[in-house]
Design a protein around this ligand. Structure first.
Ligand SMILES: [Zn+2]
Ligand SMILES: [Zn+2]
Length: 505
């Protein structure tokens, strides 16, 4: 056993120094002929497959020592990681997906070594193979004939046994896929393992599965539904990525929404309806990219969903708001921002300084964004003593009430930005005199409805709104119009128009 471990260590050292030697010979690569260059690339890929296999073996061992039944005594948990995949990711610096593949394929290689014995090489008892039909795949990876990615593709495409598909049938299919994947029937030229890439391998494995299992089509449909997920990743650049996996049926619904949001851009059908034509033209001329439009549109839809249950938390919900409460609980989801009173008061009208933080997010945000969010969501003062202890949490201030919002919706009829067609449900209530900077009141005449996009534009680019009686005017920033000529912001409410015309008649 000690011999084996010593050999393993010596092999690793040799491997590392050999790779370093090759890497340091970039000058030599320049001297190679085209044929030799391509051959070199193939040889390195082969070595890399072997290396990946070694990495998978090690990952499999890490996973085996981290088995759930070991609990906190498991290797990963002892090292401070929740799962063996997390430990492998930490050790390799790879993506989570790559680490997961290594661990899974490591498991396949272990399975391929299990055979019938109940003890392993060290004399420790082995657990039975978890996915015995994948043993040929594990063996092919271990021998360097198949890449880790291809092995993962076979595993995913083939799936597991069920009432109609036996382990034996799956094993036979796996053997055939390994034969294809390791290039046994490859044509001349590219060499072993390169005839079928991992994506094609997944498709082939899936086809093999369908051949085996006509009845399983319904089962796989159900399985695909089980795979639905919405995952969140905090990216190092401060962005947050959501990965949304949808089964075909759910995707069809979301696709419908996505297409509606973006179709005028993608050459969708021409509309006969006048209002639709107008909307299509507006979308085509919108300066945002198609991806941005889709993102903003979905956000607005979510906002509408929350607004529908605007009175959640008061306990007097209507049917739809009761449904919403059940879905998201009593706390209305709102972005919470932390900012010091000093930062909020700093700067002047045209030159703002200072910044805030979104709760739970490491990156600072601009004072313009702080103001816009406070404009919509209100503010709660928190007082700290000299030692940094929070001594008092004040009451929520300057939030338009539900009744005021109803009044604003009736008066404005939607976003009041010139030419904008967004309905009231898609808007946020902006304080004409900024609540903190100008000590603006939270009253209906100091409020105006703007869609999210225009609310953002206004705060970020320092547009201003002034009120003359019941009229609101938009003042462009000097950078856009040096004369800062006021632009009218007429109400979009047809009901109000009716009312006023009756009165003047
Ligand atoms: Zn605002
Ligand atoms: Zn708007």
């Amino acid at each position: 056993m000690t011999d084996f471990v010593d050999t393993f260590g010596a092999s690793l050292d040799a491997l590392v120094s050999a790779a370093q030697k090759v890497a340091s010979q970039s000058a030599a690569a320049r001297g190679l002929s085209a044929t030799a260059l391509i051959a070199a690339q193939g040889a390195i890929a082969g070595a890399r497959r072997d290396l990946d296999a070694s990495a998978a073996v090690v990952a499999g061992e890490i996973a085996a020592r981290s088995r759930p039944e070991a609990g906190h005594a498991g290797l990963a948990q002892q090292e401070g990681f929740r799962t063996p995949e997390a430990l492998v990711q930490h050790a390799t610096g790879s993506t989570a997906r790559e680490a997961m593949a290594l661990v899974r394929v490591g498991g396949m290689i272990r399975d391929s070594m299990v055979h019938d014995s109940t003890v392993d090489a060290t004399g420790a008892p082995t657990s039975p193979a978890a996915e015995p039909w994948l043993a040929p795949v594990g063996a092919a990876v271990a021998s360097g004939a198949l890449s880790v990615a291809a092995a993962e593709a076979i595993r995913g495409g083939l799936g597991g046994p069920n009432e109609t598909v036996s382990i034996e049938a799956l094993r036979d299919a796996a053997v055939e896929l390994v034969r294809v994947g390791s290039g046994d029937d490859s044509g001349p030229g590219l060499g072993a393992g390169f005839t079928v890439n991992a994506d094609q391998m997944f498709r082939r494995a899936r086809d093999a599965r369908d051949d085996l299992d006509e009845a399983g089509i319904a089962i796989r449909e159900r399985e695909r539904r089980q795979l639905r997920s919405l995952r969140r990743w905090r990216k190092p650049d401060g962005m947050t990525r959501y990965t949304w996996e949808l089964d075909p049926e759910s995707a069809a619904l979301v696709d419908g929404i996505y297409d509606q949001l973006t179709s005028p851009r993608r050459g969708g059908p021409r509309m006969v309806d006048k209002a639709e034509q107008k909307r299509a033209l507006a979308v085509e001329r919108d300066p945002r990219t198609t991806d941005q439009l889709a993102s903003d549109g979905l956000l607005e839809l979510l906002g509408i969903g929350i607004a529908v249950g605007g009175d959640i938390g008061t306990g007097t919900g209507t049917g739809s708001s009761a449904g919403l409460r059940q879905l998201i609980g009593v706390r209305n989801p709102a972005v919470r921002v932390l900012v010091s009173a000093e930062h909020l008061a700093a700067g002047n009208l045209t030159s703002r300084t200072g910044h805030g933080h979104i709760e739970g997010h490491p990156d600072p945000i601009s004072i313009e964004t702080v103001e816009r969010i406070a404009c919509t969501n209100g503010i709660i003062p928190i007082h700290f003593d000299a030692h940094g202890q929070a001594v008092d949490v004040g009451r929520e201030q300057r939030l338009f009430t539900r009744r005021q919002r109803i009044g604003l919706a009736a008066r404005d009829g939607g976003c009041r930005w010139p030419e904008c067609q967004r309905p009231p449900g898609w808007t946020e209530a902006h304080h004409v005199n900024h609540w903190q900077r100008d000590h603006g009141e939270t009253s209906i005449d100091n409020g105006i409805l703007l869609c999210r996009h225009h609310h953002l534009l206004l705060h970020d680019n320092h547009w201003e709104i002034t009120r003359r009686g019941a009229e609101y005017w938009l003042i462009p920033p000097p950078g856009i119009d040096p004369d800062q000529t006021a632009r009218p912001m007429p109400s979009k409410s047809p009901a109000l128009r009716d009312l006023l015309s009756k009165r003047s008649a």
